[in-house]
Ligand binder design. Structure first.
Ligand code: DAH
Length: 339
C-alpha cells in the first residue's frame, strides 16, 4: 500500500523535473510521465483501491490536488517556451553567428562621400539641383548661348515632347539655381548625376557623377581657388601630391583653368599611367564669368567668385588605379568587394 509520504515524494520529484525542464519537447515527455494514461498519478490512483475505504476520500483529495498543481505547473512552463520550433530549441548561443553579407558602398559613392566630407570640413555647404533641367539653366545662364559650339561638346539627352528640357550634362546649373535665389556670400558644393549621349567605352559612360563647387564673397581671388583645391588634393591623394594649373576655356569662368595632380604612381617622373607626362588632369575651374553673375542678378561690382567641377568616376579611377569605367556599372561582386 502506498503511503502519503510516497505521494509527496512523487509530487516533489515531478515538480523538480518540471522546473528543471529546458524545452517544450522535454515538457511533453514529463506530462506523459506524470499525468499520462500510464503515468505516475494514474498508477497512484489505481493503487488507491488497495487502501482501507475510510482513507480513500482523503487520498483522492490529495491525489487530485497534486494532479491540479502539476497541471498548472506544466501549463506555466509551456507558456515560457511558447510555440518555439524544434530548430530554435536546439539553438546554441555559444556558436559563432552565421555570416551575413551586408553589402558595401559602391566605390564611386565612397569617393563622392569623401569629397563631400573634405569640402564640408572646410565650411562648404551642400546644394542639390534637379537631374532634369531646362536649357536655360544647363546652358544659357552659364553663358553658353544657342548655337555655341560648347553645346555640341555636351551631347545632350533632350526630354521628348518637353521643349527646352533635358537631362543635365553637368552640375554647373546648380550654381545658377543657388545664385539667383540667395544673396552672397556663400560657398557650397553640388554633387550629383550627369548625363551625356556617349557610347559606353573604357572612358565614357552616359551617366556619371560630378561635384561642382562655388564660392562667392566680396574678396575672392584666384589664389583662394588654388588654396582650396590644393588642400582638397592633399586630403584626397595624400600630403605629397603636387598640383598645377593649365590655362583652359569654359564659357562660365574667366579666366579658366584645368588642374592636374602629380602622378601618384611615378611621383611625377612619367609612367604609362600618366602617359609619361607625370601629371593627371582632375578638374576644371576658374573665376565666375561676370556674364553668369549678370544672369543670376549678382552685383559684379560687389562680389567675385570661383567655381570648379570634377568628375567623380575620374577621381575614383585615379585613386584606385582603375583603367576601365565600365567596371563601375557591371555589378561584378569580385570587383565591388575590393573597396
Ligand atoms: N561643367 C564643366 C564640365 O562638365 C566642369 C567645370 C569646369 C565646372 C569649370 C566648373 C568650372 O564650375 O569652373 O566639363
Amino acid at each position: 500500500m502506498t503511503s502519503f509520504q510516497e505521494y509527496s515524494a512523487a509530487e516533489k520529484q515531478a515538480r523538480i523535473s518540471i522546473e528543471k525542464c529546458t524545452s517544450a519537447d522535454e515538457l511533453d515527455k514529463l506530462r506523459a510521465k506524470y499525468l499520462g494514461r500510464q503515468g505516475v498519478l494514474k498508477d497512484l490512483f489505481s493503487q488507491m483501491g488497495k487502501s482501507p475505504e475510510s482513507e480513500r476520500p482523503a487520498r483522492g483529495r490529495e491525489l487530485n490536488r497534486i494532479k491540479k498543481e502539476l497541471t498548472g505547473l506544466l501549463e506555466k512552463r509551456k507558456t515560457e517556451f511558447g510555440s518555439v520550433s524544434k530548430k530554435e530549441e536546439i539553438y546554441d548561443p555559444t556558436l559563432p553567428p552565421p555570416f551575413v553579407d551586408k553589402g558595401k558602398t559602391h566605390p564611386v559613392i565612397k569617393i563622392l562621400k569623401e569629397v563631400e566630407n573634405i569640402f564640408t570640413s572646410m565650411g562648404f555647404g551642400i546644394a542639390y539641383g534637379p537631374d532634369i533641367e531646362t536649357e536655360y539653366y544647363n546652358f544659357t545662364a552659364l553663358n553658353i548661348p544657342e548655337n555655341h559650339p560648347a553645346r555640341d561638346m555636351h551631347d545632350t539627352f533632350y526630354v521628348k515632347n518637353y521643349k527646352n528640357t533635358l537631362l543635365r550634362t553637368h552640375t554647373s546649373p546648380v550654381q545658377v539655381r543657388v545664385m539667383e535665389k540667395k544673396k552672397p556670400p556663400y560657398k557650397f558644393i553640388a554633387p550629383g548625376r550627369c548625363y551625356r549621349r556617349d557610347t559606353v567605352d573604357a572612358s565614357h559612360l552616359p551617366v556619371f557623377h560630378q561635384v561642382e563647387g562655388l564660392m562667392v564673397d566680396s574678396n575672392v581671388t584666384f589664389s583662394d581657388l588654388k588654396g582650396v583645391l590644393h588642400l582638397f588634393a592633399k586630403r584626397m591623394f595624400g600630403t605629397k601630391v603636387k598640383i598645377r594649373f593649365r590655362p583652359s576655356f569654359f564659357p562660365f569662368t574667366e579666366p579658366s583653368a584645368e588642374m592636374d595632380i602629380s602622378c601618384g604612381i611615378c611621383s611625377g617622373k612619367g609612367c604609362p599611367a600618366c602617359s609619361q607626362k607625370g601629371w593627371l588632369e582632375i578638374l576644371g575651374a576658374g573665376m565666375v564669368d561676370p556674364e553668369v553673375f549678370r544672369y543670376c542678378g549678382v552685383d559684379t561690382a560687389k562680389w567675385q567668385g570661383f567655381a570648379f567641377g570634377m568628375g567623380i568616376e575620374r577621381i575614383a579611377m585615379l585613386k584606385y588605379d582603375i583603367h576601365d569605367l565600365r567596371l563601375f556599372i557591371q555589378n561584378d561582386l569580385r570587383f565591388l568587394k575590393q573597396f
